[in-house]
Design a protein around this ligand. Structure first.
Ligand SMILES: NC(=O)c1ccc[n+]([C@@H]2O[C@H](COP(=O)([O-])OP(=O)(O)OC[C@H]3O[C@@H](n4cnc5c(N)ncnc54)[C@H](OP(=O)(O)O)[C@@H]3O)[C@@H](O)[C@H]2O)c1
Length: 294
């Protein structure tokens, strides 16, 4: 039986990966939180690998506080760059398949067409810069080692789930006040539910022969902007909340976000033999699942 380690198992994606794997047979899944496996420590990785002897690793651990990263660059790089490098080197050295998750924030948002994987990166902030450094380190680790194992980097955007702290749950919390909201309509991207992403990652590491190694863009059919995303949430939940569009200049944040960061999901979907799901359909499904479990 193949054994897979999930790092960052208490995070949004990590929790989903562990929960969804529970419904599958034929693989043993070990979800490790930061205490059990700190990816910024080579020693911690070596101890976990010696103990669990994995066949595959999915790295769902990351420093994701986009604005705070501007004040804590060392911490962001320790996790997103050095941590990714540590894991990739350990996997490549030991012949372990490795999945790493990255972000649309590696781009500067100046494009007017969906981003392809080979397009010029140019992150606008510390978070994106640290994630890009992580991508490069993962590629280098697998190029430097003569290894039988494979790596995949999946760039994703605007991750949400029905639980945890994300845009969807924030909008639903704010809606409880019944007041009109102002949400930016000049940042374009693709809302991406953690559940379907977790399913795709599980399929990939269960069937490593199906997808070529390297960088892939994962996401929904879109794009849209945050304001339309908020309106769709309230529409599907039958909540009578007025959402006023506003511009990013009216809602200043410490880190600058790309104004357009839609990642073209079609090359990956073609390789997997299916179509990208429209973002609204995925949102509806996520809210339906939430309603069923409550
Ligand atoms: N969230 C988004 O909108 C978004 C968008 C694009 C891409 N992504 C990428 O998607 C992936 C998953 O994101 P997510 O939303 O699931 O993030 P998340 O909810 O912030 O989870 C990240 C997890 O990593 C853990 N972690 C932090 N430092 C660690 C370390 N040194 N060793 C081990 N674990 C550590 C965190 O633990 P603590 O809570 O203890 O710090 C947390 O449980 C990340 O690679 C992220 O960059 C996310």
């Amino acid at each position: 039986m193949r054994r897979i380690i999930i790092t960052g198992a208490q995070g949004q994606l990590g929790k989903r990966l562990v929960a969804q794997w529970g419904q599958r047979m034929g693989m043993e899944v070990i979800g490790l939180d930061r205490q059990a496996l700190d990816i910024s420590s080579k020693k911690s990785i070596a101890e976990a690998f010696n103990h669990w002897n994995p066949d595959g690793v999915i790295n769902a651990a990351a420093y994701t506080a986009v604005d705070l990263a501007e004040d804590e660059p060392e911490l962001a790089f320790a996790v997103n760059a050095t941590g990714a490098e540590n894991l990739a080197e350990a996997c490549a050295r030991s012949g372990i398949d490795f999945i790493h998750v990255s972000t649309d924030y590696v781009f500067d948002g100046q494009a007017t067409q969906p981003y392809q994987t080979d397009e010029q990166t140019n992150p606008l902030g510390v978070y994106g810069t640290s994630k890009l450094a992580g991508e490069k380190a993962v590629e280098a680790a697998f190029q430097n080692e003569k290894t039988q194992s494979k790596f995949w980097i999946f760039r994703v955007a605007w991750l949400y789930d029905a639980v945890g702290k994300n845009f969807l749950t924030t909008m639903l919390r704010l809606a409880q006040k019944g007041q009109p909201l102002r949400v930016v309509d000049d940042q374009w991207g693709s809302p991406t539910a953690a559940g379907p992403l977790a399913t795709m990652l599980i399929d990939c590491i269960e069937n490593p022969e199906r997808l070529a190694a390297g960088i892939w863009h994962y996401g929904t059919a879109g794009p849209t902007h945050w304001c339309a995303f908020a309106q769709a949430i309230f529409e599907f939940r039958n909540l009578d909340i007025v959402v006023h569009p506003c511009s990013s200049s009216e809602y200043p944040t410490k880190a600058t976000r790309p104004s357009y960061s839609y990642l073209d999901p079609n090359p990956l979907m073609q390789a997997l033999g299916r179509n990208a799901i429209p973002w609204k359909e995925e949102l509806k499904q996520c809210l339906l699942e939430q309603a069923e479990t409550n």
